[in-house]
Design a protein around this ligand. Structure first.
Ligand code: SR1
Ligand code: MG
Length: 444
């Protein structure tokens, strides 16, 4: 059985060293949702927490700060320091108890974090304690980090942002795949994460499907109806979106974060960290980077509502530069890993370099496939954040809907072009040029 309370060392679980199976999913029969009153009692005897917060739980202060769609998030502070406690709720917080959601998502988040920590050390929060039964993870309190989406709305810059995120995507994608891992380890891990059914179902519905019909929980800004009708009437585009869903559901190439938007990144002016991989799945290599690029493009399109005329052009240029660097750094790191860590069953050196044959063409073809998938996901993510249930603050914080709707309309039409033309678009420069053109268009 899976232990219900496990102290964790950073990077303790190396890639593929400890295959797990679905029979090890935690039992949460004695689960209890924590409150600011009960949390210290639960953690007050946990050595890994005491060490970081202070020995006397009565000296701790606890606040609940969760503003996401799903979970409870507490900050626990004491005389020694602070930790973050994330606990899954048995339902979708955004919607309420009418939408039950398994507590096992904390199990998948914990296991995704251990793998990401091994594949890109220092990029995800350190885990101090995992309580499987309580669906609770105690982790590093990132401070003075704030959510990247808020920084983009505020017009703040982050040093090395594109490079760090591109490298994260490349390292996690490459090192969890059959390009690198022993295939038995990848298969065991893929089998484990295949049980993250309900979180994948959210993505399958909310991201890939609901935007394209009048689904019950959908909502969109007043004034967007003509564009929404165009999209929902586009049979060819809907079919393309479903082709992308088929890949998401069945092409388990690598362990993806599964929800890598700018709300899953925390930054200071000089440091970038990735959080919240509870949607982790074995899926297409282009999924995470495509979702990330979409969120930078949405930040770009929303800027006219957030910046003065004097600041607008410069800040939009910076977002474009970061987006370009996300992709160029992904490619550079992927190429480096191809040359140095290609130890899996795919494109083995025994078939190429050892025969005196270059694998360069194979690598370029692989990157082209990843890019095409990423661009398709990018377009779909740009649609779902405007048409489906869970919107983003880049647009939602624009109170005047007569300002918001035309900006969202540009985003929707750009998303459509990306989905339909993804096979013909061969460079990120082309994507950025499309965005610059669309940014001038009067769509509504
Ligand atoms: C019901 S959950 C809606 C969204 O919130 C999460 O952050 C994911 O992005 C999900 O799609
Ligand atoms: Mg999240």
């Amino acid at each position: 059985m899976f232990a219900s309370s496990v102290p964790i060392k950073r990077g303790a679980q190396q890639q593929g060293s400890e295959p797990l199976s679905n029979s090890q999913l935690p039992d949460s029969a004695n689960y209890e949702a924590m409150t600011v009153q009960t949390l210290a009692g639960r953690l007050g005897s946990v050595a890994a927490v005491i060490e970081r917060v202070g020995t006397e739980a009565s000296d701790w202060s606890v606040r609940e700060v969760g503003d996401g769609n799903l979970n409870l998030v507490f900050i626990v502070e004491g005389p020694v320091g602070a930790v973050v406690v994330k606990q899954a709720l048995p339902y979708v917080r955004l919607v309420g108890e009418s939408w039950p959601l398994p507590l096992t998502r904390a199990f998948f988040e914990y296991h995704a974090l251990t793998r990401q920590a091994a594949h890109d050390p220092g990029r995800v929060p350190e885990i101090f304690h995992y309580d499987a039964e309580q669906a609770l993870i105690v982790m590093e309190f990132l401070t003075p980090h704030v959510i990247l989406r808020g920084k983009l709305i505020a017009g703040e810059k982050v040093k090395d942002l594109g490079r760090v995120l591109g490298e994260f995507c490349a390292r996690t994608a490459f090192r969890s795949s059959d390009l690198c891992l022993p295939t038995a380890a990848r298969k065991a891990d893929a089998a484990l994460f295949l049980a993250n059914v309900e979180l994948c179902a959210i993505t399958e519905d909310l991201v890939f499907t609901d935007p394209y019909f009048d689904a019950e929980l959908n909502h969109h800004t007043v004034g967007l109806d003509p564009v929404v009708a165009t999209l929902r009437g586009d049979v060819a585009m809907k079919a393309e979106a479903q082709h992308m869903l088929a890949k998401f559901a069945s092409n388990g190439e690598t362990l993806a974060h599964g929800d890598l938007h700018t709300g899953s990144v925390m930054c200071t002016a000089t440091d970038t960290r990735v959080i919240d991989p509870e949607f982790a799945l074995y899926g297409p290599m282009g999924f995470d980077i495509g979702m990330l690029i979409a969120n930078f493009l949405m930040a770009y399109f929303s800027q006219p509502a957030h910046r003065s005329d004097a600041e607008l052009g410069g800040y939009q240029d910076w977002i474009m530069d970061v987006t370009a660097e996300v992709w160029s750094s992904f490619v550079m790191e992927f190429r480096h890993l191809w040359a140095t860590e290609r130890t899996g069953i795919l494109y083995p050196k025994s078939m190429f370099e050892d025969q005196g044959h270059s694998s360069e063409d194979a690598l370029n073809a692989k990157l082209a496939m990843v890019f095409e998938d990423a661009i398709g996901v990018c377009g779909i993510e740009m649609h779902r954040r405007i048409l489906s249930l869970a919107h983003n603050a880049d647009f939602e914080s624009i109170e005047d809907t007569s300002v918001r709707a035309p900006l969202e309309a540009r985003c929707l039409m750009m998303g459509r072009a990306l989905i339909l033309d993804r096979a013909k678009i061969t460079s990120l420069d082309t994507v950025l040029a499309m965005a610059r053109t669309m940014n001038q268009e009067q769509v509504l």
